[in-house]
Design a binder for this molecule. Structure first.
Ligand code: NAP
Ligand code: GDP
Length: 345
């Protein structure tokens, strides 16, 4: 039975990758952060009672800021494959917390690489590692972006991901570690964080439709992105670690839409005129914007045999259907509070 370690298991991609690997028969170890509130909600449906002897999902407390915890977890988990998904992953937040972003998203990767190198040397094992790189690394380089395109990062997040990418290349070249960099373009799902633009749109428009929200405040509607489905993209991560040789791969759909297009498709599906409810709020405009991203996934197709299955209209429908159910539940809860006279204070 193969064993995998996932950092960032509680995030969007972590939850999809966990399902994929459990489905393939892996024992899955995940690193979670200590938090005063539950942060494992995305794993609820795959959670396994640690008291059961057959348990194949094991969670460990650790942090990318804490190299000692990473070393300890590697010794305990003895993974064949390591998927580094942990990051301060929000571009706008990275302008507000640049040092923290660099510490987790860049130096954290270096801590993990050092821990993996020690683990490999001391055990004689040859673990394979995946690093979650981002299309943001291309930044100001115009489309189509591919593996040979220049990195011109436009935010502390993107600079940190570029540094992490080169740390991984360096550990591959200098120490012979099997490390593959995915350069993933934006990918979304019903589990996407609610402050990323697609989920913010589907959450808000469905709440407006259900009568529990009035307005949706947005930033730059002209930005162009290549949006895919997270469920498809975690397959590409897994495929990268099944190759004979490590490498760097763009994972994208090759199709581009604007934020305004996304609003239009979601609005039409929900029967809402988004122009009547959207207002521009300058607080959501970034100090530096990445104007246009569209990836060329030819290498992933040729080498990994990977292709996306869900297109943007299909993704919008999936996210709207999910969020409409959430909004209707919320609306029922609000109505019942009003009926019974219970007020929130
Ligand atoms: P996400 O939902 O924001 O998840 C990030 C994960 O990292 C969460 O599990 C989070 O834990 C964990 N984390 C944050 N800080 C940590 C720390 N100090 N120590 C340990 N864990 C920490 O992101 P995602 O969308 O799943 O993306 C996964 C990875 O791919 C990230 O590295 C992201 O930057 C990268 N990426 C994403 C996209 C995309 O479009 N989704 C595109 C390209 C690259 P908590 O749950 O406790 O916060
Ligand atoms: P990113 O591509 O990793 O930065 O992913 P996001 O989903 O955070 O943002 C995608 C694009 O949507 C960026 O160009 C943002 O400037 C733009 N955008 C416009 N309005 C908003 C908003 O209200 N929230 C976010 N997160 N992005 C917005």
């Amino acid at each position: 039975m193969k064993s995998a370690l996932i950092t960032g298991i509680t995030g969007q991609d972590g939850s999809y990758l966990t399902r994929l690997l459990l489905g393939k028969g892996y024992v899955v170890h995940g690193i979670i952060r200590r938090s005063s509130s539950f942060n494992t909600g995305r794993l609820d449906d795959v959670y396994q009672d640690p008291h059961e002897s057959s348990v194949r999902l094991k969670l460990h407390y650790g942090d990318m800021a804490d190299g000692a915890s990473l070393r300890k977890i590697l010794r305990e988990a003895q993974p064949d494959e390591i998927y580094n998904l942990a990051a301060q992953s929000h571009v706008m937040v990275s302008f507000q917390q640049p040092e923290y972003t660099a510490d987790i998203t860049s130096t954290g990767v270096l801590r993990l690489l050092e821990a993996v190198r020690d683990y490999a040397e001391s055990t004689g094992k040859k673990p394979r590692m995946y690093q979650a790189g981002s299309s943001e690394m291309f930044g100001a380089t115009p489309p189509m972006q591919h593996e040979g395109s220049m990195f011109r990062p436009q935010s502390p997040y993107a600079v940190s991901k570029v540094a992490a990418h080169w740390h991984c290349v360096n550990y591959r070249d200098a120490h012979g570690l099997f490390v593959s960099n995915g350069i993933l373009f934006n990918h979304e799902s019903p589990a996407r964080g609610e402050t990323f633009v697609t989920r913010k749109i589907t959450r808000s428009l469905t709440r407006i439709k259900a009568g529990i929200q009035d307005k949706l405040y947005m930033g730059n509607l002209d930005a162009l992105r290549d949006w895919g489905y997270a469920g498809d993209y975690v397959e590409a991560m897994w495929l990268m670690l099944q190759q004979d040789e490590p490498g760097d791969f763009v994972v994208a759909t090759g199709r581009q839409y604007s934020v305004e297009d996304f609003l239009g498709i979601a609005g039409e599906y929900l029967g809402l005129d988004w122009k009547k409810v959207v207002e521009i709020d300058p607080r959501y405009l970034r100090p530096n914007e990445v104007v246009s991203l569209c990836g060329d996934p030819s290498l992933a197709k040729k080498t990994l045999g990977w292709e996306p299955k869900v297109d943007l209209p299909g993704l919008v429908r999936m996210m709207c259907d999910h969020d409409l159910r959430l909004a209707e539940e919320e609306a029922r809860a609000v109505a019942s509070r009003i009926r019974t006279g219970v007020q929130r204070v």
